[in-house]
Write a protein that binds this ligand. Structure first.
Ligand code: NAD
Length: 491
């Protein structure tokens, strides 16, 4: 485990070296949750009435505080969830970008002005805050995902309680500390440390009006069920099983770079990780050897040492799950191309798994299940005609319960565009890997099917989770005008 609970204490351990305790946190007691919810309600009354451009100043200050200490926070993140320092720096930059972007929304938060069907009447629609929110997050982006939720939540005028993952609570704590240092009124941003029971306790309360959850599809289903009981606004960002389709005409060097990053970055522990490669057999045979050589450099097995581009699996339980899925796949008939082992000979203390390639059939369990580890399943086709290849490849990519991210590599712009339109996922990429979403206005992040319930993060669509519309009609005709009646003649 990277989180060890001892009584009311949570020990947060480094998954690269589990003898190192990165931080200790007190788990919230039920009476503290009562107090937090009360304070969140009180804070909502103040914050929701603060003009949005004023709210924005806190977000902008928080962005600056992160920028001032970027290296420090990156190093903490690197230790607590094990991701390479470069990736950790990227994640802290994402926090900065997200806070800056939503600070800008403070001067917009656009509603809509329309035309009335009647004279001397105006209609416009505003976005209004909703109430205290509960933000429940996963461990794999312990700083960025809280910021994806908190920044639109705050700019819209809501208060919130963050329940970070028990496997990486420190980056969440820092996030709340920075927000409070940036001048938020007391109680607007709070932290509740603990496991699932803490999240369930808060979720059950009627005073909480919004729940935004990032995590597994199994838990997401439970959250949605409980949220429906009290009609909470509910946003779900869940698991993925993402495909990369490579056509015969693709730039194969670019493909290999994209696969190393997409399948083995964060050791495959991203919701957007490339999990399936759909490619013609003859094309795969061209990249198989150099690709294997490249990924073997991610971990120096002879000296039992990871490179600075590789990272551990977050917990011992997840490490076993990855290994079990690979073993089951081999038993089911998958061909092990390389990897397939837990990298622990007893001399080191991290939860590392060997970068793995399997050749699989599309209906095998491993080809349908989210692995959340450094395992790429290759599905080989044998179809030389580009249109027919794409037909098959897109059908395989779409025959899955998830719908987060898919990629296609080709130099053929017509076929590339056509297949992007037909792929069933919230994110699609042309000549780029399945991971690496950006933050910003048009860059909406979220998935189809069992990856979510239609909500989006990252771009302006995130505001839909944290606002409710109010349509304001003003009649200055000084007469009773009946909509759909007064202005129509019935003869
Ligand atoms: P998880 O579902 O086990 O836990 C996520 C959070 O939910 C944690 O804070 C946990 O304490 C809490 N939790 C667990 N059980 C709960 C319950 N019954 N009720 C309420 N809260 C509960 O997920 P994880 O292992 O932390 O993260 C990995 C998963 O997250 C993967 O499936 C990954 O694809 C997904 N993920 C999705 C996105 C996205 O944006 N779509 C981003 C990152 C991770």
């Amino acid at each position: 485990m990277s989180a060890v609970i001892e009584g009311s204490l949570l020990l947060n351990k480094n998954p690269s070296n589990i003898s190192e305790v990165v931080s200790e946190h007190k788990i919230c007691a039920p009476f503290e949750l009562d107090q937090m919810v009360y304070e969140s309600q009180q804070a909502f009354e103040v914050w929701s009435k603060t003009p949005a451009p004023e709210r924005a100043k806190c977000l902008a200050r928080a962005a600056q505080l992160y920028a001032d200490h970027k290296e420090h926070y990156s190093k903490i993140l690197h230790k607590e969830n094990g991701k390479p320092l470069d990736e950790a720096r990227g994640e802290i930059q994402e926090v900065i970008d997200t806070l800056e972007f939503f600070a800008g929304e403070g001067r917009r938060l656009y509603g809509m002005v329309g035309n009335s069907e009647m004279p001397d009447k105006s209609i416009f629609t505003t976005r209004e805050p909703i109430g205290p929110a509960l933000l429940i997050t996963a461990w794999n982006f312990p700083a960025a995902v809280p910021s994806w939720k908190a920044a639109p939540c705050l700019i819209a005028g809501n208060s919130f309680i963050l329940k970070p993952s028990e496997h990486a609570p420190l980056s969440g704590k820092i996030f709340i500390d920075v927000l409070n240092e940036s001048g938020l009124p007391h109680g607007v941003a709070q932290l509740a440390v603990g496991g699932a029971d803490i999240a369930k306790n808060l979720l059950a309360r009627d005073e909480i009006k919004i729940v935004s959850f990032t995590g597994s599809t199994t838990v997401g289903r439970e959250i949605a069920t409980e949220a429906a009981r009290s009609f909470k606004k509910c946003a779900l960002e869940l698991g993925g099983k993402n495909s990369c389709i490579v056509m015969d005409d693709a730039n194969l060097e670019l493909v290999q770079e994209g696969l190393i990053w997409g399948a083995y970055g964060t050791a495959g522990q991203r919701c957007t990780s490339t999990s399936r490669l759909i490619i013609n057999k003859s094309t795969f045979s061209k990249i198989s050897k150099p690709f294997q050589e490249s990924i073997s450099k991610l971990y120096d097995i002879a000296n039992n040492r990871p490179s600075d581009k590789y990272c551990p699996i977050i917990t011992a339980k997840q490490l076993r799950k990855v290994d079990d899925l690979v073993k089951e796949a081999i038993a089911e008939g998958a061909e092990l191309v390389c990897g397939g082992k837990i990298l622990d000979d007893g001399s080191h203390q991290g939860y590392f798994y060997e970068p793995t390639i399997l050749k699989v059939k599309p209906d095998m369990k491993i080809a349908k299940t989210e692995v959340f580890g450094p395992v790429l399943s290759v599905i080989e086709l044998d179809e030389p005609k580009p249109e027919a290849f794409l037909e098959q490849a897109v059908a395989i990519a779409n025959d899955i319960n998830y719908g987060l991210s898919n990629a296609i590599y080709t130099e053929n712009v017509n076929l590339g565009m056509k297949s992007l339109r037909r792929l069933e996922s919230g994110l699609v990429y042309l000549n780029a890997p399945t991971i690496g979403a950006e933050c910003g206005g048009a860059s909406f992040f979220g998935g189809w099917k069992q990856t979510g319930n239609g909500s989006r993060e990252g771009g302006v669509a995130a505001l839909d989770t944290y606002t409710q519309y109010k349509t304001i009609s003003i009649d200055y005709s000084a007469s009773l005008q009946k909509a759909q009646i007064s202005n129509y003649r019935n003869d």
